[in-house]
Design a protein around this ligand. Structure first.
Ligand SMILES: C[S@@+](CC[C@H](N)C(=O)[O-])C[C@H]1O[C@@H](n2cnc3c(N)ncnc32)[C@H](O)[C@@H]1O
Length: 221
């Protein structure tokens, strides 16, 4: 993915592209003795390496070659082991059924159309153990601040960055300029996300509406 290769190649990464580790997630991992974790769209590996430093078995899956290389370098520097997979997360995931304690995805499940994202949710459900955790931070549709420019174009000024979006349907859009130009985005509504995941046999255990995202944590029944 060219846009993210450029992001991870840069020495001056905009923090907008990187999530912070939620404290609530660390508490849950501790309480529930989580050992094995898959980080989907793991970026430059900062979160994966942090979790590995805490003694977790971490699998980092990322489509950007630059991201994978940075992950390997960060793991080597921290003297920890992170299993890396350079792969499109929308292809079958290289894990056995019910083999992982947790799957996390921070700001990475947004770059596809909803039917493909829903297929990925099913695949995640296949590889998670019963009682396993699915934790994600996804774009919140409610945080978009849209001004209609007509001809299917909208100006969005959320996050202090103004950019023109072309909508493909109500919640799917493609920025026409800025660092994510040409990259498809899907933004969820909080109640919709809960419904989609609970329908697959999960119970929601935590939600937080952040400035531009929804942080949601589910347990597989
Ligand atoms: C905004 S960054 C977040 C990175 C990391 N999760 C973090 O919070 O620091 C999104 C990441 O998802 C990756 N990504 C997007 N679509 C992907 C796909 N189809 N398969 C694998 N990785 C993908 C991008 O390459 C990028 O590194």
């Amino acid at each position: 993915m060219k846009q993210y290769d450029d992001v991870w190649k840069s020495d001056n990464i905009d923090m907008h592209f990187k999530a912070e580790i939620p404290q609530k997630m660390l508490e849950l991992f501790k309480q529930e003795h989580v050992k094995s974790i898959l980080d989907l769209g793991s970026g430059d590996g900062t979160i994966a390496v942090d979790l590995a430093k805490q003694g977790k078995i971490v699998h980092a899956l990322e489509i950007s070659n630059e991201g994978i290389e940075k992950t390997k370098a960060q793991a080597q520097e921290a003297l920890v082991s992170v299993h890396t997979y350079k792969q499109d997360m929308y292809q079958p995931l290289p894990f056995k059924n019910e083999s992982l304690d947790a799957v996390i995805a921070f700001q990475s499940l947004n770059h596809n159309i909803l039917p493909e994202i829903k297929k990925l949710f099913v695949e995640i459900t296949r590889i998670l153990k019963h009682g396993g955790l699915f934790i994600m931070k996804v774009a919140n549709f409610n945080s978009l601040n849209l001004k209609n420019l007509e001809n299917g174009l909208y100006e969005d000024s959320h996050g202090g960055i103004s950019c023109t979006l072309r909508f493909l349907d109500k919640q799917t859009y493609v920025p026409q300029d800025g660092p994510e130009k040409g990259l498809i985005h899907y933004a969820f509504l909080p109640e919709q996300l809960t419904e989609e995941i609970e329908a697959l046999g999960y119970t929601q255990i935590y939600t937080e509406i952040l400035q531009w995202h929804i942080l949601a944590m589910f347990r597989k029944n």
